[in-house]
Design a binder for this molecule. Structure first.
Ligand code: SAM
Length: 213
């Protein structure tokens, strides 16, 4: 993700209280009250500019979605889109995924999406990959028993690593595709990176993985 410094982003987002959550730790255990319904809660970690999470939120109005994006200068694009086209089932957090347990109670998140996560190809950076075992433990801590991660990437190395990492963690796979766009499912919501890499003719890898109950 190319980062442009946007000094106005923080102030702009903080003014959109209905969308951007400035103190997510205060909502730990209380997300249903925040959304004012009992619907399932799906989170996307590393949402970028939000094409996926907003497309999903439109397709599934009875699911609540939280976009988690580390950088304010990137997340502000999601907030801007929500100002233009309001959706009551989306919130945006600019936090680090490694802190998820500070913001969600055990079992409060019903599904985790990871899309085109940074590959961090050097072995010495493996701990930064969002499918490294410490991140898996964090997702497991906020999901219900047997909870699922849905993962897409163009990066074969990261895909292979993630299969191994999840398998070693004791997870199992309920769906794997090595070329998602051959017979692309009608309900697939493409991310920005997915559009870009698919246009270059690269295969898109996808998996659904579940923690052992
Ligand atoms: N998911 C989008 C897509 O498919 O178009 C964006 C992909 S981009 C390569 C990865 C995004 O993950 C970046 O915007 C980055 O800032 C974010 N990210 C990386 N590590 C993160 C972390 N630990 N917590 C939250 N977001 C993170």
């Amino acid at each position: 993700m190319r980062l442009r410094h946007k000094p106005w982003a923080k102030e702009y987002m903080e003014a959109q209280e209905h969308v951007f959550i400035t103190h997510p730790e205060t909502l730990k255990g209380n997300w249903k009250a925040e959304f004012k319904n009992d619907n399932p809660l799906f989170i996307e970690v590393g949402s970028g500019k939000g094409q996926f999470v907003l497309g999903m939120a439109q397709q599934f109005p009875d699911v609540n979605f939280i976009a988690i994006e580390l950088f304010e200068s990137v997340a502000v694009s999601i907030v801007q889109k929500l100002v233009e086209t309001p959706m009551s089932n989306v919130r945006v957090l600019t936090v680090d995924a490694k802190q998820l347990v500070d913001y969600f109670e055990a079992g409060e998140v019903d599904r985790v999406y990871l899309n085109f996560s940074d590959p961090w190809p050097k072995t010495r950076h493996a701990k930064r990959r969002l499918t490294y075992k410490t991140f898996l433990a964090t997702y497991e801590a906020v999901l219900p028993r047997g909870g699922e991660i849905h993962f897409k990437t163009d990066n074969r190395g990261l895909f292979e690593y993630s299969l191994e990492s999840m398998s070693q963690y004791g997870m199992y796979f309920t769906d794997i595709s090595l070329d998602l766009h051959v017979n692309e499912p009608a309900d697939n919501v493409r991310t920005e990176y997915e559009e870009r890499f698919s246009a270059l003719g690269q295969p898109i890898y996808r998996m659904e993985a579940a923690f052992r109950p």
